[in-house]
Design a protein around this ligand. Structure first.
Ligand SMILES: Nc1ncnc2c1ncn2[C@@H]1O[C@H](COP(=O)(O)OP(=O)(O)OP(=O)(O)O)[C@@H](O)[C@H]1O
Length: 258
């Protein structure tokens, strides 16, 4: 039995002066348990509060009520234990630093000596398949390569939890497929806890061990949490995949959006 990594109880969030026409909170009484090493996907349509939930877990955003704990400690601010991979990789990298220097940056801030941080950066650049690109600058990289750099940086920082907000949303379909496979390979190798946001049911089923569906309407909150039982690598053409895809699709079929 794995230990609990993220524990969310009765979490609610309202944005001051905002709210939908109904005046309801964006997140209302969210309860969620994510175990260490779990690949957990938060799936939902645009505007249902996925990024809000991730930002609260990451410590970037205050909650209105309830509790969010990571490894038994209440989240009050961002921490090195939680690394975030953003969809917009450009905003997450220093353009004047090389790939290696970007990956090393957190270690440099921690005072790790140059030789050691170079060794660690190289180890993780190799893991994400970028060992021959360390001397390039961010503007010389493709979108997929930039996402690999973000991953290498978090792994080098030894973040136990990777929080990923639609990280492959801006990539072309082919690169996205490659990155999905790569992420599973890296997750299997590193046993990190991953919380991954997507609005794409297929992506959720390709990646997640467990999927929580978030809805905004007519119900607010997590409307379903389920395991994905069939093994990796998964294929969209497999019978089990199609069956669960159709099941999940049903949760998106509310007419007014989920
Ligand atoms: N800073 C903010 N101030 C006011 N309202 C906000 C703010 N950020 C988000 N919202 C509102 O909260 C709701 C949820 O937004 P959020 O970005 O969490 O959804 P999402 O599911 O991640 O959407 P998407 O998939 O489009 O990124 C939306 O109705 C949005 O308008």
């Amino acid at each position: 039995m794995r230990d609990l990594a993220i524990h969310i109880e009765h979490l609610s969030k309202s944005y001051e002066g905002s709210g939908r026409e109904t005046g309801r909170p964006v997140l209302d009484n969210i309860n969620l348990e994510i175990m260490q090493g779990e690949f957990h996907v938060l799936l939902g349509s645009s505007g249902c509060g996925k990024s809000t939930l991730l930002n609260i877990i990451a410590g970037f955003l205050p909650k209105t009520s309830g509790t969010v704990s990571v490894n038994g400690r209440e989240v009050v601010r961002p921490g090195r234990d939680r690394g975030v991979v953003f969809q917009n990789a450009d905003a997450a990298m220093f353009p004047w630093l090389t790939v290696t220097e970007n990956v090393e940056f957190g270690l440099r801030m921690q005072g790790v000596d140059k030789e050691k941080r170079r060794t660690i950066a190289q180890e993780y650049l190799q893991l994400v398949g970028l060992s021959s690109h360390g001397s390039k600058y961010p503007h010389e990289l493709s979108g997929g390569m930039k996402q690999r750099v973000q991953l290498a940086r978090l792994l080098a920082n030894d973040s136990a939890i990777l929080i990923m907000d639609e990280p492959f949303g801006a990539l072309d379909a082919q690169t996205r497929k490659i990155m999905q496979r790569e992420l599973i390979r890296i997750w299997e190798k590193t046993a990190k806890t991953i919380v991954f946001v997507t609005h794409d049911i297929q992506e959720a089923l390709l990646l997640g061990e467990k999927i929580s569906i978030l809805a905004a309407f007519p119900q607010t909150g997590i409307v379903k949490t389920c395991w994905v039982e069939f093994p990796y690598p998964r294929r969209e053409t497999d019978q089990a995949f199609i069956q669960q895809y159709l099941e999940l699709l049903g949760y998106f079929d509310f007419g007014g959006g989920i």
